[in-house]
Design a protein around this ligand. Structure first.
Ligand code: NAD
Ligand code: ZN
Ligand code: ZN
Length: 449
């Protein structure tokens, strides 16, 4: 592997572990030497330009830098709640010009000599994490924790260990250019790409890269069992699919908690779901008191966090975060802990970055609550099984897809998604390489006149 030539360093990074085995900190082929395709071909891409600012830019087409790299022609991508954490600058170590996007599918355009099992022209989906396929965690398919693909040592200092590299997710996770672009470099392409069969169109296959695996992981990792009553915080795409999967795993009831139109959207797609709009609670009611009332005064068996730690509900946490006294609010976690029945289970899938205050450790200890960090979801553990369920029609990702948009308009779409405008739940982003919309997927929405 051409490491010495390819492993570029970012001066600002706290440190690098040289055992990492792939070219990193290549978040935009133009920002680093020797990362652009020699043809000089340009592409459109969405870049982070600073806090609360993203923009469509022109960048160079990436090239194969290492033996097992694949260059993909991107045919589909999307925006995720995780991208909002980047937009807001909540996730550390972004640099101006970084190309974003960790969920994408495409067609194999070229590849290094070390790639096996793929051919030019294959239609594939990428996992949001970059796995080497050979380390301790990869052998167990716990791909989100690959030990070889993230050389940034800041995570070790903060967390005592670190995650795998991720596409389009800052230098904190290795610094890889993302797929909200016309082309993308996929390291270890033979490991991180899954072929899509003809009966699974891009509009369904794309979501195997993250949302389906993540929601599935939230449900199975928190141990949802037959007959469970499951409460889910957050009615975004992750919460929606977690609701679907909780029923699939035998939950008797699923209650989704949020404060906007998304509750009605989910109810229209999954009629069995019950909803709790916390903006409509009475003066003396809380999410916990309401859930107790809805669940035999005991509470649900399981609570799933599908929101994130950056959204404070009350002023105390708002100011503590603003002043840097904590990075994440504990409000939702505390609601989950106090809401579930004694010995209930709580799983955290929404992103938490650092430290939180006022955590209700007493309730957790005294009542035997099992609090589980679900981790960045290990996509490789689930995606083959999930693909089969999509093929059989047991899972329909189109349930959450509300819009189809053009890559050229993705900067506008970020702000619409952020503000939950236009009934936007999950988008499918097409490029000039995409096929026409598949049956059942939304028609193109064009925002410019
Ligand atoms: P999203 O931002 O679209 O949805 C979040 C929803 O939470 C919104 O509808 C919002 O109104 C709601 N919300 C805000 N505050 C709330 C509160 N106090 N109580 C209840 N609901 C509240 O995000 P998404 O795409 O659905 O993703 C959800 C979370 O999952 C994000 O944090 C995302 O980063 C994370 N995620 C984790 C993984 C993983 O592998 N662990 C993968 C993908 C996404
Ligand atoms: Zn995502
Ligand atoms: Zn690995």
């Amino acid at each position: 592997m051409a490491m010495s030539q390819a492993a570029f360093k970012v001066e600002q990074a706290i440190g690098h572990d040289d055992n990492a085995t792939t070219a990193q900190d290549v978040t935009n082929p133009d920002l680093y030497p020797d990362a652009a395709d020699q043809s000089g071909e340009k592409m459109k891409a969405l870049a982070w330009m600073g806090k609360n600012s993203v923009q469509i830019v022109e960048a160079s087409k990436p090239k194969v830098m290492e033996d097992r790299d694949v260059i993909l022609k991107v045919t589909g991508s999307t925006v995720c709640g995780s991208d909002l954490h980047l937009l807001h600058g909540t996730v550390v170590e972004l640099k101006k010009g970084d190309i974003l996007g960790h969920e994408f599918c495409g067609i194999v355009d070229s590849m290094g000599p070390g790639v096996t099992g793929l051919n030019r022209g294959d239609r594939v989906v990428a996992s949001f994490q970059i796995a080497c396929g050979q380390c301790y965690y990869c052998k167990k398919k716990l791909s989100s924790q690959c030990e070889k693909t993230n050389s940034n040592t800041l995570e070790n200092a903060m967390y005592g260990g670190r995650t795998a590299g991720m596409f389009g997710y800052s230098h904190f996770t290795g610094g890889f250019a993302g797929g909200q672009a016309e082309y993308v470099r996929v390291p270890y392409g033979d490991v991180n790409l899954l072929k899509l069969p003809d009966d699974v169109p891009d509009e369904k296959g794309l979501y195997l890269s993250d949302v389906l695996a993540t929601s599935w992981n939230a449900v199975v990792d928190t141990g949802v069992e037959k007959g469970d009553v499951v409460a889910i915080w957050g009615a975004g795409p992750i919460g929606q699919m977690a609701a679907d999967f909780a029923f699939y795993k035998g939950a008797s009831r699923v209650i989704v908690i949020d404060s906007n139109w998304r509750l009605d959207f989910i109810k229209s797609k999954i009629p069995k779901v019950e909803t709790l709009d916390y903006s409509k609670l009475g003066r003396k009611e809380t999410v916990t008191s309401k859930l107790k009332e809805m669940c035999d005064n005991r509470g649900p068996d399981v609570a799933l966090e599908c929101v994130a730690g950056e959204y404070a509900k009350g002023w105390a946490h708002y100011f503590e975060m603003l002043l840097g006294m904590e990075t994440d609010t504990s409000e939702i976690i505390n609601e989950m802990i106090t809401s579930v029945r004694n010995f209930g289970r709580c799983g955290i899938t929404g992103v938490y970055v650092g430290f939180t205050n006022h955590f209700n450790i007493g309730s957790l200890m005294e009542r035997g609550i099992r609090l589980i960090g679900n981790g960045q979801a290990p996509v490789h553990l689930y995606w083959e099984e999930l693909l089969k369920l999509v093929q059989k029609g047991d899972i329909d990702p189109l349930k959450m897809v509300s819009h189809r948009v053009k890559l050229e308009e993705l900067d506008k779409v970020y702000y619409k998604f952020e503000n939950k405008e236009d009934g936007m739940q999950k988008v499918f982003v097409e490029t000039k390489f995409s096929s026409p919309p598949a049956a059942g997927s939304p028609e193109l929405t064009v925002y410019a006149k």
